[in-house]
Ligand binder design. Structure first.
Ligand SMILES: Nc1ncnc2c1ncn2[C@@H]1O[C@H](COP(=O)(O)OP(=O)(O)OP(=O)(O)O)[C@@H](O)[C@H]1O
Length: 357
């Protein structure tokens, strides 16, 4: 649905030049929610602004819905942009207009007749749960309500694509969750494709089907969340589902289990303990339930050395779980044999807390 090819953007001023994008190949599939993560200055805003050509790339191409935007005339580009809505961190609402008045702006620009406009605005406010606030002014709204107005306005022209530029960064965690739930619901109901940029790992973890990590104007890692989880070297997966540095325990085997939605670990762990009569300790888990399916990682320790546990580990692998046995090279400094399982569990915690890049 969205494809950028070898996208580059160089900002030049008299004193210096900055390469904000350096050959970005991005592919967002139709109907997915795709999150781009990265530290400040990584190039995220430039990328999203290049997708609807608010910013002209220095080189490379941008395709949205099969049309190459970079080759369109100004008027054809204006028409294509109607199919791309955008929401912003600071909402960008007109303070002198009511909620309904703000949502009506794109319809007025598109020349929609007054009666149709009123009907469409009512539908949009219903969609975002703001019917009762139609006559309120932005100053009378909470941050979450303002962002709902921003979302309704972005959807006014019935776009197929929604771009979100740090849309929840100015909101508290609970409001963030409700806005993310709204975005997911809108994607499901309207079949939207959503590209969002964020510096919050929790946003990606909560709603994204796919994610990319940007650094220095490049995409250094990308894939669907299950694909990323399947890569042992994925930084995004480690940040999303952190288990901490493993600490080896004398006479026990440490194992990391990754499950990607097709299976859940817990029933297998119980079966494992019963069938093979092994003592299993869960040392840490970073698990999220997405659409009724569990994805995440879990660290367990099994009684005995690796040689003693070849069969139970084989059993876990046969269940379709990704199983990584941790050896000394990967373990952290806590390898003293006095470390107890309880210490390790306390150190790892059940890592569900928010994490920022
Ligand atoms: N209009 C501009 N003129 C010159 N340099 C710019 C301009 N916009 C961005 N840059 C530079 O391009 C680089 C990427 O900036 P960009 O805003 O895309 O990063 P970002 O990942 O979105 O960061 P943030 O999360 O802080 O917004 C930075 O070095 C920034 O200083």
């Amino acid at each position: 649905m969205i494809r950028t090819t070898a996208l580059s953007k160089v900002y030049r001023s008299r004193e210096r030049q900055v390469t904000a994008l350096d050959g970005v190949d991005l592919h967002v599939r139709e109907g997915e929610i795709f999150g781009v993560l990265g530290r400040s200055g990584a190039g995220k805003s430039t990328l999203i602004r290049c997708v609807n050509l608010l910013e002209r790339p220095t080189s490379g191409t941008v395709e949205v819905g099969g049309r190459e935007l970079t080759s369109l005339s100004a008027s054809a580009l204006r028409a294509e942009r109607r199919g791309i809505g955008m929401i912003f961190q600071h909402f960008n609402l007109l303070s002198s207009r009511t909620v309904a008045g703000n949502v009506a702006v794109p319809l007025e620009i598109a020349g929609v007749p007054r009666r149709d406009r009123a009907r469409r605005v009512a539908e949009l406010l219903d969609l975002v749960g703001l019917v009762e606030h139609a006559k309120a002014y932005p100053a009378q709204l909470s941050g979450g309500q303002k962002q709902r107005v921003g979302i309704a306005r972005a959807l006014a022209a019935e776009p197929r694509v929604l771009l979100s530029d740090e849309a929840t960064s100015a909101l508290d965690p609970e409001t963030t969750r409700s806005i993310l739930a709204l975005l997911r619901d809108l994607r499901d109901r309207l079949g939207l494709t959503i590209l969002l940029i964020t510096h919050e790992m929790d946003v990606v973890k909560n709603i994204c089907d796919s994610a990319a990590l940007m650094e220095g104007g490049r995409i250094v890692e990308s894939g669907t969340v299950p694909e990323l989880l399947g890569r042992s070297d994925s930084r995004l997966a480690r940040e999303m589902f952190p288990l901490g540095t493993p600490a080896l325990l004398a006479g026990r085997t440490l194992v990391d289990i990754t499950f990607r939605g097709e299976e859940t670990a817990q029933p297998f762990i119980s079966t494992l303990a019963r069938t093979y009569n092994v003592d299993v300790n869960v040392l840490g888990a970073a698990v999220e339930s997405v659409g009724g399916r569990q994805i995440g990682r879990m660290r367990i320790s099994l009684d005995g050395t690796f040689e003693h546990n070849v069969v139970p580990i084989g059993y876990l692998r046969e269940q379709g779980l990704q199983v990584d046995v941790i050896d000394e090279a990967e373990a952290g400094s806590g390898t003293e044999h006095t470390t107890s399982d309880a210490d390790v569990a306390a150190a790892d915690g059940v890592a569900l807390a928010g994490k920022e890049l």
